[in-house]
Design a binder for this molecule. Structure first.
Ligand code: UDP
Length: 330
């Protein structure tokens, strides 16, 4: 298939592109490089520097290429920032997907995969969380993903565009080939921050609260390896190509690890003491988020291959150790 990947220079997008190319697909990456890295894009992908808010640039992209499907990653992704600058998120993320869907429908693209989020489950009644849980976005960022999901629903009804929304839990790890990995500025995620302490780039890890109602008092999250996420995207696209209908799937490994368990594992993997101290709770954090991914397992045959936290952290460490300055080292 010939696929458009927006945000293909970003963390998750670049891993999906890598796997798509390994599996023989043709890929066009469209990315404005505001957060992504040119060096993260596989050399066999066609790279187009452009912004989804620039309608003429988008029209030119669709005039030049005929796509069998679209995978949409490009968006602002910081939960905390979205609460401080809500209009940036509302305007950019929603305009971007609107412009993209307008072009997609005008050019009769029939398959779309949306990078969505577990931030849609702000008040889960049952953990592990299934897709039947009520959608209550936990931030303006989550709301923009919810709007995108609803837009896709209407695109299917009106134009017959088939879509899959993948609601990720905590993406982590890096491609074992060592060429690509996580490089966010600023970094806010637990595993890269912990590994930056091991590298001496930060003094210590601040644990955001140890008085939660969990066995060790720290928050529990469902970490999923970025290549397992990537595999799910490709399965979803292939299912649509084989005639499957529109779906929403939760995507996690199904196992929860606390902040302290992640820290302890990172100490073992790196051989570094990784100093840490307990700080205040981070506003908005829920004590425990674990995915029930039964639906995607049974419908698409998806199964996480990197299914323990040690392997996930090992692949991340392989990337960070060899690229302490991220893509600037490439
Ligand atoms: N966390 C932490 N210190 C940090 C960063 C994160 O204690 O410097 C905790 C955070 O409170 C959460 C977990 O680690 O419980 C995962 O946070 P992350 O930001 O990686 O992902 P989120 O679950 O917020 O999407």
């Amino acid at each position: 298939m010939k696929l458009l990947v927006t945000g293909g220079a970003g963390y998750i997008g670049s891993h999906v592109v890598e796997l798509l190319i390994e599996r023989g697909h043709e890929v066009v990456v469209f990315d404005n490089l505001c957060a992504g890295h040119r060096a993260a894009v596989h050399p066999k992908a066609t790279f187009v520097l452009g912004d989804l808010l620039n309608c003429p640039a988008l029209a030119a992209l669709f005039a030049e290429h005929t796509f069998d499907g679209i995978m949409h990653f490009a968006s602002h992704i910081l939960v905390g920032e979205s609460m401080q600058t809500p209009f940036k998120y509302l305007r950019d993320n929603i305009d971007a997907v609107t412009n993209l869907l307008e072009q997609a429908t005008q050019h009769e693209v029939k398959r779309f995969i949306l990078s969505s989020t577990a931030n849609l489950y702000d008040n889960p009644q049952h953990v592990p969380i299934t897709e039947d849980e009520a959608v209550i976005p936990g931030s303006v960022y989550g709301e923009t993903k919810h709007v995108a999901e609803r837009m896709l629903y209407w695109m299917d009804r009106i134009y017959g565009l088939k879509y899959v929304c993948l609601r990720y839990f905590n993406a982590c790890g890096a491609h074992p080939n060592g060429h690509i990995g996580e490089d966010h500025h600023p970094e806010s995620h637990l595993i890269p921050i912990t590994l930056q302490v091991a590298l001496g780039k930060r003094e210590k890890l601040v644990i955001y609260g140890d008085d939660y109602d969990t066995p060790d008092g720290t928050c529990i999250r469902d970490y999923i390896h970025v290549l397992d996420l990537a595999d799910a995207h490709i399965r979803a696209m292939e299912a649509l190509a084989n005639g499957a209908g529109s779906r929403v799937y939760n995507l996690g490994s199904g196992t929860g690890y606390s902040v302290l368990e992640v820290l302890e594992t990172a100490r073992e993997v790196t051989g570094h003491p990784i100093p840490a101290e307990v700080g205040a709770r981070r506003p908005g954090d829920l004590p425990k988020l674990i995915a029930d991914s039964t639906r995607i397992k049974s419908e698409l045959g998806w199964q996480p291959k990197f299914d323990n936290i040690r392997v996930m952290i090992e692949t991340a460490w392989n990337w960070h150790r060899n690229h302490p300055n991220g893509f600037n080292d490439r």
